[in-house]
Design a protein around this ligand. Structure first.
Ligand code: V47
Length: 378
């Protein structure tokens, strides 16, 4: 065993991992409390390499947010506007949404990721038509749309069951659910931050139903605000329990809290070291979730790159047109080309692989030999 791990007092956890014994709640809290970040990182990297060696996935996607009108008033959100007509509120027409995809007809995108506000006045047909139109423009594109919180909202607003909503959206072209809206499951924090969102049980139950209907999903965790270590671990354990039941979760994505322009702006943003640790502990606790993804828009490019040695094996993505984080103060660029992502992964000493949403590797022609500057504009 690495001397660093025993010096950090983590030998028993390392032994469990070696023997394939699942870490328990107290182990999770200790991993957050252990001062030696590199010891935690070593453990997480070992687990990462057992599953994926140096392989690191990225995907070629766009983000679309069709409306920011939202009846919920989550304290951390800088994106939502309460009502149509409020300063900065927008709702795209379907043609405007479709035009965003049409404008990228020449790009080999594989995924459209849509997260919207909870708009109280749109008909359900807005969403089904939106999906149908996108599939008409690009029949082979994967539609990863609407968080479980949106699905719960649709069910309540339109008088349907969660399952009916999922079935109707699936019939219109929905392929999988993104992981947004999870925030922190623990009721103390959820009530404080996101009181009018569906609770953790409903969030998880919608993912369970989506899995039963043959869809894959992702799960996130918003960290670095008022949550305790125990509440982080509780969140991870709840994800692990659902995954034991269904196996339908593809990726866990920690989301670093951004404090600008929202009601929690007095809080500092999480530190780089905390971000690295959250990704690492995610890898160590979630022994049954295949992919730990760094969302570089949230963590910053440099931390996402470093996280490739702290348990992360996946980077999202080219992510064009993102607004949620940029309205909350993210200084990252809002898009990277596949080539830039590859260079970032290679520069970290890892092996880049472009994937589709379901983690099928996309075979590519060899890259041109002429060097292309790796430049990110801030
Ligand atoms: O649910 C909102 C978060 C999420 C802030 O599934 C904030 O592949 C930090 O879920 N600071 C939406 N976070 C984004 C999301 C996501 C991102 C990347 C990949 C996937 C996936 C999902 O953004 C929201 C909320 O948790 N968020 N405001 C903020 N100020």
């Amino acid at each position: 065993m690495h001397a660093r791990i025993s010096a950090a007092g983590l030998s028993d956890i390392a032994e469990k991992l070696e023997a394939g014994v699942r870490l328990d709640f107290e182990d999770g809290v200790r991993l957050f409390e252990a001062p030696d970040l590199l010891a935690v990182g070593l453990l997480a990297n070992h687990e990462r390499e057992k599953r994926h060696a140096g392989r690191t996935y990225y995907n070629h996607n766009i983000r679309l947010e069709a409306t920011n009108v939202c009846v919920a008033s989550c304290l951390f959100c800088s994106f939502a506007r309460l009502k149509p007509g409020d300063n900065g509120a927008y709702t795209m027409t379907l043609e405007q949404v479709w035009d965003r995809l049409r404008a990228r007809n020449d790009q080999p995108l594989t995924e459209v990721h849509i997260v919207n506000g909870l708009h109280p006045d749109l008909p359900f047909s807005y969403y089904t038509e939106l999906l149908r139109g996108l599939k008409e423009i690009r029949p082979d594109i994967h539609l990863k749309c609407f968080t479980a919180v949106e699905i719960a909202f649709f069910a309540d607003l339109y008088g349907k069951t969660d399952e009916q909503v999922l079935l109707e959206l699936k019939a219109a072209g929905l392929d999988s659910l993104p992981g947004g809206g999870a925030e922190i499951f623990a009721p103390r924090v959820r009530r404080k931050l996101a009181a009018d969102k569906c609770d953790a049980d409903r969030y998880l139950s919608i993912h369970r139903t989506a899995h039963r209907l043959g869809m894959r999903t992702n799960v996130t965790m918003l960290y670095g605000h008022v949550e305790t270590y125990a509440e982080r671990v509780d969140h991870l354990v709840r994800i692990r329990e659902l995954q034991d039941e269904t196996g339908g979760i593809q990726a866990f994505i920690p989301l670093a809290f951004h404090p600008d322009n929202n009601q929690m702006r007095k809080l500092p943003a999480p530190s780089a070291t905390d971000s690295l640790r959250v990704h690492a502990v995610g890898r160590l606790m979630l022994d049954n979730v295949p992919h730990i993804k760094a969302y570089w828009i949230a963590t910053g490019v440099e931390v996402a790159q470093t996280a490739l040695w702290f348990g992360v094996n996946d980077l999202d993505g080219t992510v064009q047109e993102e607004t949620i984080y940029h309205m909350a103060g993210s200084k990252t660029p809002n898009a990277m080309t596949p080539r830039q992502l590859e260079r970032l992964i290679l520069a970290a000493g890892r092996e880049p692989l472009e994937r589709d949403t379901l983690y099928n590797v996309i075979e590519k022609a060899p890259a041109p030999s002429a060097p292309e500057a790796f430049s990110i504009t801030h």
